[in-house]
Design a protein around this ligand. Sequence first.
Ligand code: SPD
Length: 298
Amino acid sequence: MAEEKIRESSMSDLWNVWFCELHRKQAGLNIKVKRFLYTGVSPFQEINIIDTYEFGRMLVLYGSIMTTERDEFVYHEMITHVPLGAHPSPRQVLIIGGGDGGTLREVVKHPDVERATLVEIDEMVVSKCREYLPTIASAFDHPRARVLFEDGEKFLSTTRETFDVILVDASDPVGPAEVLFQKEFHETVFARLSDDGILVTQSESPFFHEKTVRALYRNLRGIFPIVRMYHAYVPTYPSGIWSFAFCSKRHDPFERFDPDAAKWPGIRTKYYNAAIHRAAFALPNFMNELVEGPPRPR
Ligand code: SPD
């Protein structure tokens, strides 16, 4: 009698590992994992680099997605090209945070930029992104880039340099980035900006982080004469709607804005363009209210 071949067909293809980031206690985002590439703990935070089916490789700090190969262009183009498009001559640009290198990559695309200084507190983030996310971390060796591993807040409060544009490419207001959301820090930023300088800081999700957003804009309006919110759609960030605070001493986002694409020969973008530059400042009422405060009763 022939022996029965034993094979349990339900036991093939069992890899079913998911990364879940909770955006609120009762809601989150699930992404199926292909492979864990790196897990380590720096003096500041836990760092994970995970390969996924849908979003490619992603950088996760303290359990929160910072960037993914698939959608990083949205955030990095929008934090960079909106202020650089609004400033008439952005020669000295400072990035606080931004250890994955995506913002630096966009900044050095601009021929007007003489020097892009990046101040990142966590050297391990930069080194792991260089190793695992080379398309994002592609500009650390650019001849116009200067990379410093320091506390961004300390750097700004001790330097004598001034900057035309400061970009705060922070993680969320927990852990090492918490200080970058405080009013004292924004006052220091104001002091280190040139007379017509512009600050852009990432300002979280207007949908999920209303309290933070409201307080942040209230503080910024107490410091800068021009404060505007703009937004972009980042699929892997909480709620998908992400906001940026455009804070300026003199230039409003459109005054100096030249929609002529020829102004930036050779700059190729996947999200940003002249129409997006304008449209990003058009806010739904609930977002406008977070910036301006509730409407006055009639
Ligand atoms: N919750 C995600 C917030 C991420 C904001 N910063 C991203 C850094 C990408 N360079």
